[in-house]
Design a protein around this ligand. Structure first.
Ligand SMILES: C[S@@+](CC[C@H](N)C(=O)[O-])C[C@H]1O[C@@H](n2cnc3c(N)ncnc32)[C@H](O)[C@@H]1O
Length: 455
């Protein structure tokens, strides 16, 4: 095995400008994050800390830095490990290292080192104090790791892209089920290193002036939103902090934020004016609102969720969007839904959507911490919950009606395998289609939808 050369140490250019993030702010924020309650996702944590006078409010770039740190925290540990070794590690050794690695190991990493590696990987121009001793020491190690990470799908290549090598077998399974080529799988994995664009959806109900795409695009540009036209869709760049929520079009309900894969799920459901639809895990209403807007306020959507606070947000969004055909209440997923009278009269809903709680592995681009949040035990609990929700909600579909099961996960065990188990245990259903949507084909999240018909 070749010896790692540590000299001569190259001089790395030091950042110049004064408006860059300082590593002390990054480190302070990181130490606060480590104290978070268990299972709190990064976006919720950031919202909670984005208070008046906080560093986050004063420097929104800190939030983006936190996302980058989530993407590359295992890479940072790997680079520290490499720093301590006398020789470069083989692919098999990196796989072995990954088997033992836990997300909590990052807590033993000096926060300054973590930020140093993140800065190197993302080529951020952050401000380091004069004489910061770690800055140049580690540059050579970084270059060696990067140069050794060129072979697609090798353990080091995966680490370089912020993906645990141990995900590879599940990803290969996805590749097999979706008939992805190696090039598509590689493309999907490289997409995970970049934040997804913020996809926008136009709500025709609130768009009473019938503004066309060009006009909406121009108005957003005028409001300083970095927006792009991609086919019939619009998307913005820069994450949720870019101020879409402050634009006149958003406040008037004309545009909504909804990932493209999620919009494609609604397209698969084809909601029709006059239909009776149950959105069983409606959350804050991403899909409920899109369906209601296509139904032109005719028919009814019952939107339920375990969490009342999410439904409260759904109601606010529905009001903004002038959507009048939605009723919402809590359903905890423990019993079959007691059907409202008009639904019981027609023996159930025309369509039921279960947008199931899942590992969110399809949203790693937007929620990079989701790649560390789940362990095997959590996965098994989720899989049991998904099957229960599917089983219970299916009973509210009328004969001839349709059941849609969706997740924002690419894992076969949460998707095709759930459908196979459901069909095995329940008679009288026909699978019409099941497919993955979004990435790698589109620059978006990765989601699954299955459409079943009750015979
Ligand atoms: C994938 S999210 C839904 C996203 C939403 N449909 C959208 O398009 O924005 C899954 C939802 O399932 C809800 N959930 C979790 N456990 C549940 C349960 N036991 N019964 C009902 N809903 C549950 C969660 O609160 C969460 O809002």
């Amino acid at each position: 095995m070749p010896k790692t050369s540590r000299s001569p140490r190259p001089r790395t250019r030091r950042p110049q400008a004064d408006d860059r993030l300082h590593y002390r702010e990054l480190t302070g924020l990181w130490l606060q994050w480590l104290q978070r309650p268990e299972y709190m996702p990064l976006d919720r944590w950031l919202r909670k800390h984005n208070t008046k006078g906080s560093a986050l409010r004063q420097q929104p770039a800190l939030a983006q830095a936190m996302f980058q740190a989530q993407r590359y925290l295992q890479l940072a540990c790997a680079l520290e490990h490499q720093q301590r070794q006398d020789s470069e590690l083989s692919d098999a050794q990196w796989q072995q290292w990954d088997q033992q690695w836990q997300p909590s190991h990052v807590e033993q990493l000096d926060a300054a080192h973590l930020w140093h590696w993140v800065q190197q990987r993302c080529q951020e121009n952050w401000r380091w104090p004069d004489g910061f001793r770690h800055y140049e020491q580690r540059a050579e190690i970084f270059r060696q790791f990067r140069d050794a990470s060129q072979r697609p799908l090798s353990a080091q290549w995966l680490l370089w892209h912020g993906i645990r090598p141990s995900w590879l077998s599940a990803l290969r399974q996805r590749q097999e089920y979706s008939h992805w080529s190696d090039a598509q799988l590689t493309h999907w994995l490289t997409q995970q290193s970049e934040a997804a664009p913020l996809w926008l959806r136009v709500n025709p109900i609130a768009n009473s002036a019938q503004l066309d795409q060009q006009t909406i695009y121009n108005e957003l540009l005028q409001e300083k939103i970095s927006v792009q036209r991609r086919g019939e869709h619009l998307c913005a760049h820069g994450g949720r902090g870019i101020g879409i929520g402050m634009t006149n079009l958003y406040k008037a309900g004309v545009i909504e934020i909804q990932d493209l894969a999620s919009q494609h799920i609604v397209a698969a459901i084809k909601p029709q004016a006059g239909e009776k639809i149950w959105d069983a895990c409606a959350g804050a209403g991403g899909k409920t609102l899109a369906m209601a807007s296509q139904m032109n306020n005719k028919g009814a959507i019952i939107a339920t969720d375990l969490h009342d606070y999410k439904l409260a947000e759904l109601k606010r969004r529905a009001k903004r969007g002038q959507l009048l055909n939605i009723r919402s209440f809590v359903w905890e997923g423990n019993d079959v839904l007691k059907l409202p009278k008009e639904i019981a009269r027609q023996q159930g809903f025309d369509k039921v959507l279960i947008d199931a709680p899942c590992s969110s592995s399809g949203t790693w681009r937007r929620n990079p911490d989701a790649r560390w949040r789940f362990n095997e035990h959590d996965s098994q609990e989720l899989i049991a919950l998904q099957q229960r929700l599917l089983h219970l909600a299916s009973q509210s579909v009328r004969p001839g009606g349709e059941l849609f099961y969706a997740t924002c996960s690419w894992q076969v065990e949460e998707n095709e395998q759930q459908i196979a188990q459901f069909l095995q245990q329940n008679e009288g259903w026909q699978l019409l289609q099941q497919t993955m949507l979004g990435a790698p084909e589109h620059d978006a999240d990765t989601m699954f939808v299955a459409q079943l018909k009750r015979l």
